[in-house]
Unconditional design. Sequence first.
Length: 228
Amino acid sequence: MSRHALVFGATGLIGRHLILALGQAGVRVSAANRSAESYRRLVLWLAEHGHGEAPADLRADFETPSLIHGDAADVTEIYNCAGAYRFGMPADEARRANVDSVRAIVAFAARLPRLRRLVHVSGYRVGGQDPEPWSDERRRETYEALGAYEASKVESDAVFQATADRLGVPWSIVNPSSVIGDSVTGESDQQLGLASSVKEIWQGTMAALPGGATTSCRWSRPTISPGS
């Protein structure tokens, strides 16, 4: 059976590089995009990085039950790299972007007749969640303790497992560490979290890094030898 991959979050840092890797493996790829403009930007970036045939453009609309507008009946694998990566979000916005989207993607995957695997790119240090449904109290405590972004990634990890198991969808979860850029070229246009700290250290603009009693790290500005 030939492989046909559908990538959600295709325009993000991980999604774009995933499409490159799938293309190199000879896999036919479709990209779930919210707009024609985001698809055009994706195709341009892929062409600049040596990708061959552009992925098919399937329109994603999380406000509709069908989720995808376009032919996805022969999709054999789905990679979910979608979500909102931004600190300071309200809890309801974070849950719509990172929890409700996961629930919708799993339900969509369950309707595909040829699907072999659904792969969810989860968050850093949020793996191994109990897939049991969350109570309102647990949700409130988790969001208060971790903040909306991180808590929504923890909740989405649990929701993904529980929904996939209930609907009989074969699944895998990937929990990458902090992603800054390409490990080969160093290229990155995502400067959030650890990446922004590294940038400020390099530029010498970080006067202090907040920490608590459990923080144990030492920072120093890199030095560059003449001619390097």
